[in-house]
Design a protein around this ligand. Structure first.
Ligand code: ADP
Ligand code: 5GP
Length: 199
């Protein structure tokens, strides 16, 4: 049996609830989140090394040049990327690693790791998305508008994901993602070594 953890991508429009759902999900010890690097400024509640590794553009450029990032992308005027070392270490230790990333990064990961499990987290409606995004109160009006426009483009890529979860209630969405992980762990390709061992 393959004891490696699953590489799980969670994407979805800004405000769909990715951060909220993932925060709940990682209360389960089988899951860990990969903390990304970004050039965006921290929000009031965000801590360096917990929510993101906050970097200058130069520092981010160095991380790319030194091959430290598994993937990276520009999103609404800032750079975001996944540090490679932590992800590899956690997968080896058997943890399911969550990459909460946008669609371009997700595409890069899906090409490099076809076995990665991709989940698109959708809000119940566009109206609800706008309500959540404005209600969060962390971005100014122009940024909110940019993110809503970007959301329209992102949702077009929904068919590229293996699974879709509607984030109506946080607990429901968390439960569904856990169900997906459990099923993926039962895929026959993870049990190939049992065939030899059985002879
Ligand atoms: P994202 O990480 O996708 O940008 P957040 O997790 O920051 O989204 O959620 C955006 C806002 O919506 C937050 O204020 C959060 O509390 C709220 N929210 C998240 N999930 C739900 C839900 N299922 N029902 C109602 N509000 C939610
Ligand atoms: P936010 O500024 O709201 O924290 O994040 C903006 C977008 O960047 C979200 O869609 C989030 O999933 C994405 N994101 C966060 N970290 C990464 C990363 O490491 N790589 C990529 N490609 N996207 C990321």
């Amino acid at each position: 049996m393959n004891k490696k953890g699953l590489l799980m991508i969670i994407s979805g429009p800004s405000g769909s609830g990715k951060g909220t759902v993932v925060e709940e999900l990682i209360k389960d010890e089988n899951f860990v989140i990969s903390v990304s690097a970004t050039t965006r400024s921290p929000r009031d509640y965000e801590q360096d090394g917990v929510h993101y590794f906050f970097k200058t553009v130069d520092e981010f450029g160095d991380m790319i040049n030194e091959g430290q990032l598994l993937e990276w992308a520009a999103f609404c005027g800032n750079y975001y990327g996944t540090p490679k070392a932590y992800v590899e270490k956690m997968l080896e230790s058997g943890k399911n690693v969550i990459l909460e990333i946008e669609v371009q990064g997700a595409q890069q990961i899906a090409e490099m790791y076809p076995e990665a499990v991709s989940v698109f987290l959708m809000p119940p409606s566009k109206e609800e998305l706008i309500k959540r995004l404005t209600g969060r109160g962390t971005e100014d009006e122009i940024t909110v508008e940019r993110r809503i426009k970007r959301a329209e483009e992102e949702v077009e890529l929904l068919p590229k994901y293996k699974f879709v979860v509607i984030n109506d209630e946080v607990a429901n969405a968390v439960e569904k993602i856990k169900m997906i992980a459990e099923s993926e762990k039962m895929r026959s390709e993870r049990y190939k070594n049992m065939v030899e061992a059985f002879k």
